[in-house]
Design a protein around this ligand. Structure first.
Ligand SMILES: [Ca+2]
Ligand SMILES: [Ca+2]
Ligand SMILES: [Ca+2]
Ligand SMILES: [Ca+2]
Length: 853
């Protein structure tokens, strides 16, 4: 049955459960839903709010109904008491039909709070395909990496921020983009006209990127962008598949309309493997000038936020540091991860890569990104047979790469600067540093730096969590101004060739075995700084995983029968810290083992005579130890300044004739190693004058000795270093105990100088480093324990609460809060928010969340 009440507009309600309308006298509430289906389920009580047209009419109304007055609010406004909720609804409906009654409805109460910090399930029909935004199954169970945007949207959707797509133009009239592109500005720097549409028939890239930034949310079409309320600006710089505007046009683009544009998304990198300034893979002087203008004048002096792809050339041994557009320390260099969080096979690594975002692979072996495509037969997808039809694309053979990960980070940047307009471009970088997460524990470039932060050359600090990032942005205090310190070393030295040796120790060791010539494996981890001296164990050919536990040991392996890569993997699987492989022919000949860059541990190759000699020695002496020495030339920089590092640069001038043979690394006083330059196919000379940048030392204290190591993996074409400069960028800090926390802050806030940056003194999940940067108390939890109730989707409810890793939470339930609660399940904690999902059921149920340990 339908009941019509007046609120004062007439509105029809239907009881949720037909049976529950047959209430007993004790039932004071009845659940109803609007007959048109709008709004949530609400509860009507056993009292009726009545408002009459005039005060004089109230008396007659009350007498007609015959119910006592529960409370009197005004001469024409009373609350009447009915015997039960059912009668109240019936009487309210009768009153609402009376001419002299303006308002008549039962008192209302909501049920449980329906909106936790999770935006409602979007009505966009393909949101469920956007695993990169929210990677859950229909029951809310996490399936892999995502940006966690729905937990950020209640706080920011990017409103008020204009994100420029520097690309081949955008289908401005696409229904998902039209509202976002309406304000502009748009400009084609090739044609020199105010036009942002696709610049040629094959121009599909910009439209796909634009949709990832700001496709409309809640328009019952397609999916959503990361920042669905951001505005889009199309800055056209490509006019054919490989044609880009000239350097003057690029300069104009970088500094275009800084009064409006706040974020740049650049899904391009240069595709030359050499270091060729200017313009081919590093900005010309006019572009440098324009970029500097953007970072100093953009966003009212806070600086444009510029996001750029790391590139798609990992398979060619490329490095993002060889692209001066990407490695600029004021930009955000973005890598790509596939759905399980592992770096994509194409994502160009580099010490300058700050973060990563989800993308597809080169085939459809992993799910790819769902985004907008040029309408109809134009664009990547002409087919109406695909998911979403021809106006969308989700096929990694059509659209993938760091091109797809970059606009998602630009969208996140828009969420941040919308949530807090005071953020500088450096603040945005640092929020990403502190809110990102490493997903792939097997990343062999992963290290924990001196500030306790996990960082990798493939994915930087990992994939940002949008909710954590936005919540940090809301309370983020601006970082102090940037200071830059330069240290020059003008020493001239020859870069050692075929560097590296194995140092062996043991009693009665033949002198000829004490130091063995070796060659490093072609790819994979390297002993850039000396390894520990570890017991050496002969594991034969290593055609299978040894049953020995090699933890804390080194493996000696003979060439033959299976691949080098397999041998090294088997040794690593048994726990070996590094592998020494010896030749089975040719006495003293050496080679570079052709290993993939995913090889798990450092490995070197030694000659047959040396290997057989070692094997014979190990048969009679079990106490031999070995360590790997790189043999690179080392240049020391003694840095007296105590600076909390941000980006660290190394400018190098050499006379080396073949850059692709060289390997340069930088070790900080804390022991963190940045690989600046590694072997590649570049046969050109250099670096003649190049500056490499690293984010690996973020928040480390700069004070102490930095080691620049220079080596040449291949014989021939020796070169010389002629000048080296270390560039420390950051904020000076008083930090005598070198733990990245200001000593005065530590003493006043924690009371001791004994904690570390990664400690969490108050156990709220936020490290002392984060608390120092955020200026929150490290000895009082930032968050209060509070359970949020939200609809995950139509059928599933989500309970969420501030959670910690390595902690267990117990869910308890009861039909009656006065009766004992029973345990439903245990949930493993996850920082910053832990969740539990359950299917919606009828009726009432009460839940508790308890910390078990
Ligand atoms: Ca949409
Ligand atoms: Ca299309
Ligand atoms: Ca300190
Ligand atoms: Ca804390």
């Amino acid at each position: 049955s339908v009941f019509i009440v007046r609120e004062p507009q007439p509105r029809e309600y239907i009881p949720e459960d037909a049976a529950s309308i047959a209430v007993t006298e004790s039932d004071k509430w009845v659940e109803v839903r609007a007959a048109d289906g709008s709004g949530p389920v609400i509860q009507f009580g056993d009292r009726i709010i009545v408002q009459s047209r005039t005060a004089s009419e109230m008396d007659g109304i009350v007498k007609t109904v015959g119910l006592p007055i529960a409370s009197w609010h005004a001469p024409n406004l009373v609350v009447l008491q009915a015997p039960d909720a059912k009668s109240a609804l019936t009487e309210a409906s009768r009153l609402a039909a009376m001419q002299e009654v303006v308002v008549a409805h039962p008192v209302i109460r909501g049920r449980l709070r329906r909106t936790g910090p999770l935006a409602s399930w979007p009505n966009d029909p393909y949101f469920y395909r956007q695993w990169h935004l929210e990677n859950r199954d229909t029951n809310g169970i996490r399936q892999g990496v995502d940006l966690n945007v729905r937990a950020a949207w209640p706080f920011s959707k990017g409103a008020g921020v204009t994100v420029a797509i520097g690309d081949d133009g955008v289908d401005l009239g696409h229904p998902e983009l039209a509202a976002r592109t309406a304000a502009g500005p748009h400009y084609n720097f090739y044609l020199r006209i105010a036009s942002g549409g696709p610049s040629y028939s094959g121009a599909s890239h910009g439209t796909a990127n634009a949709g990832l930034v700001a496709a409309s949310l809640g328009n019952m079409a397609g999916g959503s962008g990361v920042a669905p309320l951001a505005n889009l600006s199309s800055l056209v710089i490509f006019y054919s598949d490989y044609g880009v505007v000239d350097s003057q046009g690029m300069a104009d683009m970088f500094q275009y309309r800084l009064d409006v544009i706040g974020v740049h998304s650049h899904s391009w990198s240069t595709y030359y493997d050499a270091q060729i300034p200017p313009y081919l893979n590093s900005p010309s002087v006019v572009e440098q000038n324009a970029q500097s203008n953007a970072f100093s004048l953009g966003r009212g002096g806070r600086g444009l936020v510029m996001v750029q792809s790391a590139g798609n050339y990992r398979a060619y041994d490329a490095d993002a540091n060889d692209d001066g557009y990407v490695s600029d320390p004021r930009k955000i260099a973005v890598g790509a991860v596939r759905a399980d969080g592992r770096a994509a096979s194409y994502s160009t690594p580099g010490a300058c890569v700050l973060v990563a975002a989800p993308s597809g692979e080169l085939d459809n072996s992993w799910p790819s990104i769902f985004t907008t495509d040029r309408r109809g037969s134009a664009g990547y997808n002409a087919s109406s047979q695909t998911i979403g039809g021809p106006d969308y694309v989700q096929d990694s053979t059509l659209y993938t790469g760091t091109s797809a990960s970059t606009p998602q980070i630009a969208g996140l940047a828009a969420l941040l600067v919308s949530a807090n307009t005071n953020l500088t471009y450096r603040d945005v970088q640092q929020i990403f540093v502190l809110s990102s997460r490493i997903w792939d524990r097997a990343d062999n470039t992963l290290q924990t730096n001196g500030a306790g932060l996990e960082v990798s050359h493939r994915v930087g600090f990992g994939v940002p969590d949008a909710a954590l990032a936005v919540n940090m942005a809301r309370i983020w205090p601006n970082r102090p101004p940037l200071a830059t310190f330069r240290f020059t070393n003008s020493v001239t030295l020859t870069i050692p060739e075929e560097n590296g040796s194995v140092e062996v120790n043991g009693s009665n060791l033949p002198p000829a075995l004490a130091s063995l010539r070796c060659l490093p494996a072609a790819r994979g981890p390297r002993a850039d700084k000396p390894t520990a001296s570890l017991p050496l164990v002969d594991i034969g050919l290593a055609t299978n995983r040894p049953s020995l536990n090699l933890t804390g040991k080194a493996a000696l392996i003979q060439r033959g029968s299976n691949t080098f890569s397999e041998k090294i993997q088997f040794a690593a699987a048994a726990g070996a810290a590094f592998a020494i492989v010896f030749n089975n022919i040719d006495a003293t000949a050496l080679l570079h083992m052709d290993t993939p860059d995913t090889s798990p541990i450092p490995a070197v190759f030694i000659g047959q005579n040396d290997g057989e000699g070692l094997r014979a020695f190990l048969l009679t002496n079990s106490s031999a130890t070995a360590r790997l020495l790189s043999g690179a030339a080392a240049v020391a920089f003694d840095v007296p300044a105590s600076v909390l590092c941000e980006h660290v640069g190394v400018r190098l001038q050499t006379t080396a004739p073949r850059r692709g043979q060289l390997r340069f690394t930088l070790e900080s006083p804390a022991g963190t190693v940045s690989v600046l330059q590694h072997a590649s196919s570049d046969n050109s000379a250099g670096p003649s004058d190049w500056t490499y940048y690293s984010v690996q030392h973020f928040y480390e204290n700069s004070q102490g000795t930095w080691w620049l190591r220079l080596g040449d993996d291949y014989a021939g074409d020796a070169g010389q270093l002629t000048r080296a400069e270390l560039i420390i960028m950051g904020v000076p800090i008083t930090d005598a105990n070198h733990n990245s926390l200001d000593d005065f802050w530590e003493l006043s806030q924690i009371g001791t100088l004994n904690s570390s940056a990664s400690d969490d003194t108050d156990g709220d999940g936020y490290s002392n480093l984060i608390e120092f940067i955020l200026n929150t108390p490290p000895n009082a939890p930032v968050t209060q324990f509070q359970v949020d109730y939200a609809n995950f989707n139509l059928g599933t409810v989500r309970l969420g609460w501030p959670g910690l890793n390595n902690r267990t939470y117990q869910i308890l339930g009861s039909e009656n809060p006065a009766l004992p609660f029973s345990v439903i399940t245990n949930v493993m904690g996850r920082f910053p928010e832990t969740e539990w999902h359950f299917g919606k059921t009828n009726g009432r149920f009460f839940y508790r969340v308890r910390v078990v340990q």
